[in-house]
Design a binder for this molecule. Structure first.
Ligand code: APR
Ligand code: ZN
Length: 372
């Protein structure tokens, strides 16, 4: 068989922290063994792209990790994909053979987990270059490019019928929120919860809780514009900390009869983890973290929270094992058992990606879907 060649295509490259992305011609090398090259069809902008773009030091870099696409070519040893397959990319993979992949208790693949250095898992190198100089990856996905190379364990084959311009949201944010509600917290019927941060991630938790039959879903956000949208996803009570005269956890305790059964941190503010812990009830109160903090990674809490029986639980990608679990989530969407379309507030062409960055920083969007 002919080996695939390099491709020259357009990519939105970040050259410096916090500076507008620049459209560049990049070389995308052929997929190496166990990798696939994907023609990106749609990519949505997630808050974590912004957090990394604002605060990390690896440049030049191609961000983007919430995406859908079509397999263009496959590397040696790839048996699971052929050219033309539709895929979702995932920022945390599933090798299916490590201790965590074999365990029913974890989605923390030890081989294809979160990649933080901007290179590919297999050889610590990049598949992108400009004039021979490497351009770094993000989460081993880098979907802000017309073509990208990912490990075959970091892509999930999906039905050809599923609309790629919608299901790209299941590649990260929406799946993470639903999974936190269903897999991590395992919310039961009639229970109460509070969600800190009503972006896509927080509202996906609300949707998951509503589907499980929660009786009270309190949403906390400093942006009053989030309330209308939040109601549609099942939020029953809206609290803006800036409007409360007493600490927000006290208000939550009062309106939930002593604290909620669950609380979720969906902002990426470690101080809020403490507030979330204080907002759930003694005995069985469970706080789940979904946010990725930009500053101050440490969390602090008085040990009395734990003496009173509360639990603090972390999560990544809502506990889903991407390859094993995402196809069923796509089916749920196709059967109208979950909503995705309502999260898409904007659609735009690739060259307008910097607008999406501005909209998200200004709190004016849920998800912007970028069409390549
Ligand atoms: N108190 C309450 N709400 C806040 C605060 C605060 N101090 N700061 C920000 N928010 C709200 C914002 O107004 C926004 O509505 O949190 C919400 C965050 O939503 P998005 O920015 O849309 O982010 P999203 O994509 O939902 O991601 C949320 O999960 O995956 C991680 O990195 C991601 O940490 C981020 C979090
Ligand atoms: Zn694994």
């Amino acid at each position: 068989i002919d080996q695939p060649n390099s491709i020259t295509c357009k990519a939105m490259v970040a050259w410096e922290a916090g500076k507008d992305l620049v459209m560049e011609e990049v070389e995308v090398s052929p997929p190496q063994p166990h990798e696939i090259r994907v023609k990106v069809v749609c990519t949505s902008l997630c808050r974590t792209d912004i957090t990394a773009w604002e605060s990390q030091a690896i440049f030049p870099r191609i961000f983007g990790h919430e995406a859908s696409g079509i397999v263009e070519s496959v590397g040696k040893g790839v048996t699971e994909f052929v050219e033309g397959d539709h895929v979702l990319t995932v920022f945390t993979g599933e090798c299916k053979t490590c201790k965590h992949c074999e365990s029913g208790k974890s989605n923390m693949c030890q081989v294809l987990g979160l990649e933080r250095r901007g290179v590919m898992h297999s050889d610590q190198r990049t598949r992108f270059s400009i004039k021979g100089k490497p351009v770094y990856h993000y989460c081993a996905v880098s979907s802000f490019s017309e073509y990208t190379v990912v490990h075959s364990g970091c892509a999930v084959k999906v039905s050809l019928q599923a609309p790629l311009e919608k299901i790209c949201l299941l590649s990260c944010g929406v799946a993470a929120g639903l999974g936190a509600a269903w897999n991590v917290a395992d919310i039961s019927k009639g229970s109460t919860l509070v969600i800190f941060g009503l972006g896509t991630v927080g509202l996906a938790v609300a949707q998951g809780a509503k589907i499980r039959g929660a009786s009270q879903i309190i949403g906390v956000d400093i942006n009053p514009e989030k309330y209308e949208k939040a109601k549609a996803f099942g939020v029953t009570d809206f609290l803006n900390p800036n409007d409360c005269k007493e600490p927000i956890q006290q208000v939550i305790k009062r309106i939930s009869g002593g604290g909620t059964d669950y609380s979720f941190e969906c902002i990426g503010d470690t101080g809020m983890v403490t507030t979330a812990l204080q907002s759930c009830c003694d005995g069985w109160g469970l706080t789940v973290t979904l946010g990725v903090p930009k500053v101050k990674p440490e969390i602090t809490s008085h040990y009395s929270a734990f003496l009173s029986g509360k639990t603090l639980k972390g999560s990544l990608f809502g506990g889903w094992k991407p390859k094993s679990d995402l196809p069923s989530l796509v089916n749920k969407y196709m059967n109208q058992e979950i909503q995705i379309d309502e999260f898409i507030t904007h659609n735009m062409p690739f060259e307008d990606i910097n607008k999406a960055f501005s909209l998200m920083r200004e709190g004016k969007c849920l998800r912007c879907v970028i069409h390549m």
